[in-house]
Design a protein around this ligand. Structure first.
Ligand code: NDP
Ligand code: MG
Length: 330
């Protein structure tokens, strides 16, 4: 097991960004948060947006300078690409690569494109990652509250010899060191991220919900009950797990539920599922998953569209829409 190094508040030397200008490309979830936090930390920031961007007005209103992507990249020493991962390779190739100078820093918040070589910056620039482990809105609100969200940092390429110092300074300026940043690698961040979303967070959870729902409905129980028991209540459990851990959650549910957890859970997720998890991890590590996903994107997303349509048609979505319409707080 590799151990990870933790950097806390004070480990970033903010002066590493003195005299540097940061171009934040994008004003989405992460982009607006990085740009505003950097700006409030005294860093010179320009927001790079595409032509006709509907975000330009908002960024200007927030007091930031806005430029077209290429011009922003040209004028900056640190280029932070915070637009959707699927569009990054094209924007990088057309607008950013021609404007990278020796000694610049290219920064990402997720390793996918660099790790799978969809973006290959020149050897003369630093390539680093600062990945807050939170949605942008929280990266911003925690910073404003004087706190921060934890993050991951990694160095892919250290051309300047100062890559780690610049990375820590940036992580510090967006507030992440206040909560602690863990040093990792592009490979580990990318592979664990893909694994988590496929096996647990997205794929695992949605398949578990559907399997539970279908089992009850096929046994003759009303869809409404199956929806409540297998989907709706998940939030209460996940909130408890996030704030208190697994045993903390178990302490809050009934003893019957806790006992059922211990005896039922290991049978639901048995060796078959663990074997599949290993296979999915193997596909992530070999690049097979990335190749399939990138190829689908290049082909216009036909497979994604087909999968999306078939999932939209699942009966749980219909009953869910009807029940959620009665939940005023949603
Ligand atoms: P968003 O989807 O929120 O990015 C939206 C921004 O991208 C908008 O400003 C939009 O422009 C711009 N954009 C979209 N398409 C283009 C294009 N073709 N050319 C130029 N600009 C474009 O991105 P996220 O913040 O979700 O993700 C950014 C990065 O951060 C990704 O690498 C992601 O993996 C990573 N990340 C995201 C997290 C999250 O919580 N969302 C958490 C940690 C990492 P316009 O304003 O003109 O519409
Ligand atoms: Mg993720």
């Amino acid at each position: 097991m590799d151990s990870v190094k933790l950097y806390e508040a004070g480990s970033g030397d903010r002066s590493m960004l003195n005299g540097k200008r940061v171009a934040v490309i994008g004003w989405g979830s992460q982009g607006h948060a990085h740009a505003l936090n950097l700006h409030d930390s005294g860093v010179s920031v320009v927001v790079g947006l595409r032509e006709g961007s509907r975000s330009a007005e908002a960024a200007r209103q927030a007091g930031l300078e806005v430029s077209p992507v290429a011009k922003a990249a040209e004028s900056a020493n640190v280029i932070s690409i915070l637009i959707p991962d699927t569009v990054q390779p094209t924007v990088y190739r057309d607008e950013i690569a021609p404007n990278l100078h020796d000694g610049d820093t290219f920064l990402v918040a997720h390793g996918f494109n660099v790790h799978y070589k969809q973006i290959v910056p020149p050897k003369t620039v630093d390539v680093i990652m600062v990945a807050p482990k939170a949605p942008g809105a929280m990266v911003r609100s925690e910073y404003v509250a004087g706190r921060g969200t934890p993050g991951l940092i990694a160095i892919h390429q250290d051309a300047s010899g100062n890559a780690l110092q610049v990375t820590l300074a940036y992580a510090d300026a967006i507030g992440c060191t206040r909560a602690g940043v863990l040093e990792t690698t592009f490979a580990a961040e990318t592979e664990t991220d893909l694994f988590g979303e496929q096996t647990v967070l997205c794929g695992g959870v949605t398949s578990l919900i559907k399997a539970g729902f279908e089992t009850l409905v096929n046994a003759g129980y009303p869809e409404e009950l199956a929806y409540f028991e297998c989907l709706h209540e998940l939030k209460f459990i996940v909130d408890l797990i996030q704030s208190k851990g697994l045993q903390g959650m178990r302490a809050e549910v009934s003893d019957t539920a806790e006992y059922g957890d211990y005896v039922g859970g290991p049978r639901v997720i048995g060796n078959g599922t663990r074997q599949v998890m290993q296979e999915l991890l193997d596909d992530i590590r070999s690049g097979a998953f990335a190749r399939r996903w990138i190829a689908d994107g290049k082909a216009g997303g036909a497979e994604l569209t087909k999968l999306r349509e078939s999932e939209n048609a699942h009966p749980i979505e219909d009953v869910g829409r009807r029940l959620r319409a009665r939940m005023a707080w949603l």
